[in-house]
Write a protein that binds this ligand. Structure first.
Ligand SMILES: Nc1ncnc2c1ncn2[C@@H]1O[C@H](COP(=O)(O)OP(=O)(O)O)[C@@H](O)[C@H]1O
Ligand SMILES: [Mg+2]
Length: 312
């Protein structure tokens, strides 16, 4: 055991996932952007961190199975709330080649109520070294619950937590692009580390290049930024320095689902251990690249833990 394990929490929604495998069949799993990030980070960090997922699920059997799997995979389940009136959402991945499209049944998921109780949320975030949130987390909450989450984040940050944010813009989850932009701007006021994907930022803000994304976010006061852009280089700005790091070419590209989430896991785990931004991007590219070679949004547990060896 590490002497002083770090505490990482991610706030958001995990859904039941139906991922295509061979012969027109689907494999049942669990996925969701911040959950994918936390899960991979937990496998990479092992005993060096406590990884808690802040969410709400049902009291039904499938929710129970999710909780049991989380626990078996080494996650801290004390931050999971249960809701007697709701269940987990569901999504299905449809593949054409390696390109993905998604079908969702998540409108009334339990996770939409994850920030309904300020005390529970405050307790879940307290003492964290790192809190990870995404634009999807913000999108699924009602406006009052968003305020509760902002308050809890501000408090955790004032007590020393670093706040990481992946905007992950999904137009269908928002009433309008204006609502998404306003909410992201609010979130950026609390953000230490921004981990956007360029295509999302181009869609929401009209950025023409990843450098423009860097400039815009840095103008909003975010100190550390890494912009993912598929096979293109990752652009970063940190400690007053701007640079880029080429993305390794992949031979096997099976399913692009969750590459960005897995990148975030490698990046954040690496930063939690005190590695440089450049090293963290390298680890992000390794984990993101590995997920592209497998169906679904997460690696197998063995594959994920094998990568932990490259994170010293
Ligand atoms: N076609 C690709 N070839 C090689 N690496 C890729 C490719 N697509 C994604 N990646 C890796 O996954 C990371 C995240 O991918 P990206 O597509 O930008 O995010 P998202 O999944 O959020 O859209 C990239 O930074 C890169 O390391
Ligand atoms: Mg993404």
């Amino acid at each position: 055991m590490s002497e002083n394990p770090k505490k990482m929490v991610a706030v958001g929604e995990a859904m039941l996932e139906l991922a295509p495998v061979e012969g027109g069949t689907f494999r049942l799993g669990y996925a969701g952007d911040t959950f994918n990030t936390l899960w991979h980070a937990a496998q990479l960090l092992g005993a060096r961190a406590r990884a808690g997922f802040v969410t709400r699920i049902g009291v039904d059997k499938l929710s129970g199975r999710f909780l049991a799997e989380m626990e078996a995979d080494g996650l801290d389940i004390s931050t999971v709330q249960r809701d007697a009136e709701r269940e987990m959402g569901l999504y299905m991945i449809e593949l054409e080649g390696a390109e993905r499209s998604f079908h969702y049944w998540r409108q009334l998921s339990a996770a939409r109520r994850l920030a309904d109780d300020p005390d529970t949320l405050g307790r879940a975030l307290s003492g964290a070294d790192l809190v990870h949130v995404s634009g999807i987390t913000l999108a699924i909450l009602l406006p009052e619950a968003r305020e509760t989450l902002f308050d809890a984040i501000a408090k955790a940050r004032s007590e020393g937590a670093r706040i990481s944010f992946d905007p992950n813009y999904r137009p269908r989850l928002w009433q309008s692009p204006e609502e998404a932009r306003d909410t992201c701007l609010r979130m950026l006021d609390h953000t230490d580390i921004a981990l956007p994907s360029f295509d999302d930022e181009a869609a929401l803000w009209g950025d023409a290049t990843p450098e423009q994304t860097l400039e815009r976010l840095s103008g909003q006061g975010v100190a550390e930024i890494a912009v993912k852009d598929g096979a293109q280089p990752v652009w970063y700005h940190a400690e007053g320095h701007t640079g880029r790091r080429d993305t390794p070419v992949l031979t096997e590209l099976r399913d692009t689902t969750g590459a960005g989430d897995a990148f975030n896991a490698g990046y954040l785990a690496s930063r939690l251990l005190g590695h440089s931004v450049e090293q963290a991007i390298g680890m992000g590219q390794t984990v993101g690249g590995a997920v592209l070679g497998e169906p679904g949004a997460r690696l197998g547990k063995d594959a994920a833990r094998a990568l932990a060896a490259s994170l010293k």
